[in-house]
Design a protein around this ligand. Structure first.
Ligand SMILES: *[C@@H]1O[C@H](CO)[C@@H](O)[C@H](O)[C@H]1NC(C)=O
Ligand SMILES: *[C@@H]1O[C@H](CO)[C@@H](O)[C@H](O)[C@H]1NC(C)=O
Ligand SMILES: *[C@@H]1O[C@H](CO)[C@@H](O)[C@H](O)[C@H]1NC(C)=O
Ligand SMILES: *[C@@H]1O[C@H](CO)[C@@H](O)[C@H](O)[C@H]1NC(C)=O
Ligand SMILES: CC(=O)N[C@H]1CO[C@H](CO)[C@@H](O)[C@@H]1O
Length: 861
């Protein structure tokens, strides 16, 4: 049989696919939000939600008629209709596949940056099976319904057309309407319609009118978002955003909740800071220009749009959110160690743990996560499960000094690990409990830890096209190099420059070398551009491991869609440590791990352990793979530490460890998994460790973010006298300019602005966390308070409030589309203090979103 025999069935099928996919995606879309909608409003407004669908169905039906072979136009309209149908079908399949994998909704606005990125496409392809399955189910449904849907809509549309033509011709008093059912010429137009069709017409018209009326009066939030329909919502993907730094900058808006912080007026009489090296280092341009002149000159990227007096760029002195603890005392044991000159920091290593959760660094009992893991085991297996689980991250126990107990209450045996920690008891440095990330999008988080800045509240790494508003770590170290001498100097000048009376090692005169290493691609979302902007001149990434001219090439297989296991970097890291040891350089190594990234593949030779049971209804495989990957990375950290010990650098090296973000699994919350668009708290809790074998071990409880990393490193370098005079001057000058607090001093959760004792003068240490992909919603918390607000940045999601004191696993957050309604509920449940906090949090959050864009000089054009 020729395939042409099926042709007549094609348009009905395509039409049916359009209808089924469109409506299914609409139902999913609404279902995802239905719990936060007030019931009565929803009942009232829900009919208007299908107006766009009715429009699309009508257009689709008109386009998709039976093609009569003789009519070219019909072929053309079938092709157009067919195209829209296939696009809708595909998009709905992606939506369902994505939902089945993560529980979240696809945001088509973020998709254009995704689709143009090969590494990102690979991420999408991992879900190809679920997407295909969803597509097949939709297709089958469409096939089952195709003739019915086609005929019904055909009849329906014909009836409506006839009715309209009937009214039209009757109005004109004409007779020539062969469409009207009965005609009685020469009578008034009312009589020209029969009673039934008149009633039907009247009914239809009034239904249409009232729908339109409800549509007009309904609140834009959330119903505009809820009524978006495929394929129209795909148009979002084509709203091309181009960012620009051209044009003027707006002055800061007044801070919404306390008023005694005013912009510091700029004055004439600026002079170039004496500590600033003559050849201005990258990242320091802020200090190189007279801000008064900059604000008034016709400088395209800096001048202010209208008045204002703070220069339009970031100014820590007028930042109403900044809380400094630099005037406070250093923790006593640390102070003593610094005074005894027993701490030397010649090298800094910053390890960023991909998807590193604090609950697993180290894995220990008593967290909401651990309870979730145990729930997968039957009662009799639990003790064995506990013992396997607590032994999974032994290096993390050594690095944090958090020693973990097994099911019998005994400390876990740490012998036989990939590292034997030589640190004396009671030593090891700072371990922070309570740290949260500044963004669940990896590179936005990295901007915070490497540059001490808050990321930009827009989707994806738009920061890569802009000037980072603070110097990043490599740029700081480069500034130290520049400060020494412009011409090739060191060997000769060293002796005379050295302060003979001081206890400093001669290493303070060596030049710094900053190196970035990761075993995966740096092509994803402009990371390579960001690395350049941060000042990394030396990099080892996936392309290095693949390059035939490289010193060492990858030996193993790629373990995920981004690249190789971290262990491929081993020879590079060993060489680097050797070089720092013998070649008189100070090392700054930044390394981002990768095995703990979705889908948590580990190399073939790595023996996997079964950590999860099979109780309950959720699939525990992802979590099991993740814990295995976490153990793989834990072993890897041990290998790095061993190499550091072997090179002899360990006693002079500060190792900073931070998670880029957490990772939410079904064991944390059944509804939503992953980081994308998922605000769950398990995506936010990260480890933060400043490990140094000569620093006393101090456990700090603080809701700090990675913004604290640079201030802490600088403070440590200064206090331990690990910098020479010139460098110390630079470090001391820039340290107070960073927004984060130094963690070698007690963390301040608030300060009292005691001009008068009125309420509202207590300034909280607010923390903001952008939720992957960055521009849709944001988490707002304040250190020392248990409350949490998820603030929508776009108008397409709910306000969410949770009380982490009573609900640490965030199992029952409260949602609403209206802040005042949410505040009422919060007030009833948690009292007026919580409700007042919530109202402040919203105001501060909104102000912050706007101000971050200003500080970054970001505008959408
Ligand atoms: C230590 O590790 C080795 C191999 O890595 C293994 O053969 C041995 O059984 C382990 N010993 C203990 C006490 O776990
Ligand atoms: C060098 O260290 C010793 C003790 O370790 C101390 O007494 C002395 O004051 C230090 N010298 C300087 C210049 O800091
Ligand atoms: C040591 O430094 C010199 C000069 O900077 C360089 O040529 C050499 O390659 C370095 N050695 C190692 C082992 O990196
Ligand atoms: C590091 O310091 C410890 C204790 O101060 C000492 O025992 C050890 O030998 C030192 N290691 C190196 C490589 O100097
Ligand atoms: C020390 C500190 O401020 N801890 C707080 C960190 O945040 C949690 C909520 O996530 C609070 O409950 C803690 O009190």
């Amino acid at each position: 049989m020729s395939i042409f025999a099926y042709l007549p069935a094609l348009p009905p099928f395509l039409f049916s696919a359009l209808v089924v996919s469109g409506l299914a995606s609409k139902i999913l879309h609404i279902a995802l939000h239905i719990r936060s909608l007030p019931f009565l409003h929803f009942v009232l407004y829900s009919p208007t939600l299908i107006l766009p669908d009715l429009f699309i169905i009508t257009c689709g039906r008109v386009l998709l008629q039976f093609p009569a072979p003789e009519s070219r136009w019909q072929w053309l309209s079938t092709c157009v209709g067919g195209f829209f149908s296939l696009v809708t079908w595909g998009a709905a399949a992606i939506q369902f596949g994505f939902f089945l994998q993560t529980g979240a909704e696809v945001d088509w606005t973020a998709s254009n940056s995704f689709l143009s990125d090969p590494a990102a496409m690979k991420i999408l392809l991992t879900g190809i099976w679920t997407v295909s399955a969803a597509g097949i189910v939709l297709g089958l449904l469409a096939w089952l319904l195709h003739s019915k849907l086609y005929n019904w809509t055909g009849h329906g549309l014909e009836a409506i057309r006839d009715m309209m033509l009937g009214v039209y011709s009757a109005c004109r008093g004409g007779y020539h309407a062969r469409y009207t059912l009965i005609t009685a010429p020469n009578k008034s137009w009312i009589n020209s319609l029969d009673i039934r069709s008149a009633r039907r017409t009247a009914l239809l018209v009034s239904a249409g009118l009232s729908l339109l009326f409800i549509e007009i009066v309904r609140p834009a939030v959330p119903y505009d978002h809820l009524s978006t329909a495929l394929p129209l919502s795909l148009l979002d993907a084509f709203t091309k955003k181009t960012i620009t730094v051209e044009g003027c900058r707006n002055p800061a808006k007044a801070f919404p909740i306390w008023t005694n912080v005013n912009p510091v007026p700029l004055k004439e009489g600026w002079s170039r800071p004496s500590w600033l090296p003559q050849d201005t280092p990258d990242g320091f341009s802020r200090w190189d220009v007279d801000p008064y002149k900059r604000a008034s000159e016709d400088n395209p990227s800096w001048y202010l749009c209208s008045g204002g007096d703070d220069g339009g760029f970031f100014n820590p002195k007028s930042d109403p959110l900044k809380i400094s603890n630099l005037g406070d005392g250093i923790y006593e044991p640390l102070k003593k160690a610094f005074e005894e000159h027993s701490v030397a920091i010649d090298n800094v290593i910053l390890l960023t743990l991909e998807s590193g959760r604090k609950e697993m660094f180290p894995m220990q009992q008593g967290t909401p996560l651990f309870d979730g893991l145990l729930a997968s085991h039957s009662e009799e297996d639990r003790n064995d499960a506990i013992d396997r689980l607590v032994a999974s991250t032994r290096i993390a126990q050594m690095l944090t000094g958090e020693h973990v107990k097994d099911s019998q209450g005994k400390l876990v045996d740490l012998a036989n690990s990939t590292w034997r920690d030589p640190t004396e008891a009671g030593m090891g440095g700072l371990n922070v409990q309570g740290a949260i990330t500044g963004s669940t999008l990896t590179f936005k988080s990295i901007i915070g830890s490497h540059c001490g800045v808050n990321p930009l509240p827009v989707d994806m790494l738009e920061e890569s096209g802009l000037e980072i508003y603070q110097p990043c770590l490599p740029q700081l170290f480069d500034a130290f190099n520049k400060a020494k001498s412009p011409v090739q100097p060191r060997q000769s000048e060293k002796v005379e420059r050295r302060d003979a009376a001081s206890n400093q090692s001669e290493a303070v005169e060596y030049p710094w070398k900053s190196v970035f290493m990761q075993s995966i691609t740096d092509d994803y979302d402009r990371q390579n551009v960001l690395n350049d902007h941060m000042g990394f001149k030396h990099q080892v990434v996936k392309s290095t491991l693949q390059n035939p001219h490289s010193k060492y090439r990858a030996k193993g297989e790629e373990i995920n869609y981004f690249g190789y296991a971290e262990t491929e970097l081993k020879p590079y890291i060993r060489d680097l440590f050797q070089e720092a040891a013998i070649n008189k350089t100070r090392l700054f190594l930044s390394h981002v791990t990768s095995t703990t990234h979705h889908p948590w593949g580990t190399p073939e030779h790595f023996k996997k352990v079964s950590y999860m049971g099979d109780e309950g209804t959720i699939n525990h495989d992802p979590m099991n793979n993740y814990i295995n990957a976490a153990r793989f990375v834990d072993n890897w950290l041990g290998e790095i530490m061993t190499m550091l010990d072997e090179s002899g650098l360990a006693n002079n090296t500060l190792v900073v460890i931070v998670g880029d973000h957490g990772q939410a699994f079904a064991e944390d919350n059944k509804d939503l998994t992953g980081t994308y668009n998922n605000p769950h708290i398990s995506n936010f809790r990260v480890p933060l460790v400043f490990r140094h074998p000569q620093m006393p071990r101090i456990h700090i409880s603080a809701n700090a973010t990675s913004l604290s990393i640079i201030p802490t490193i600088l403070d440590m370098l200064i206090q331990s006298e690990s910098l020479d005079k010139q460098d110390s001057a630079i470090a001391s000058a820039v340290l107070p300019e960073y927004q984060g607090q130094s963690l070698i001093r007690p963390f301040r959760t608030s300060i009292l602005e005691n001009e008068d004792a009125e309420d509202g003068n207590k300034k909280l240490a607010w923390n903001f966390g952008l939720i992957n992909a960055g521009g849709a919603k944001m988490s707002v918390t304040a250190a020392g308070t248990p409350y949490r607000l998820i603030l929508p940045i776009k108008e397409d999601s709910e306000y969410v409030f949770s009380h982490l004191g009573t609900d640490p696993g965030e199992l029952s957050p409260m949602k609403s589309w209206s802040l005042s309604r949410l505040a009422d509920t919060v007030k009833t449940k948690f009292g007026s203090e919580a409700a007042a906090w919530l109202e402040d949090a919203e105001k501060v959050g909104k102000w912050y979103v706007n101000d971050q864009r200003r500080i970054w000089g970001y505008r959408e054009a």
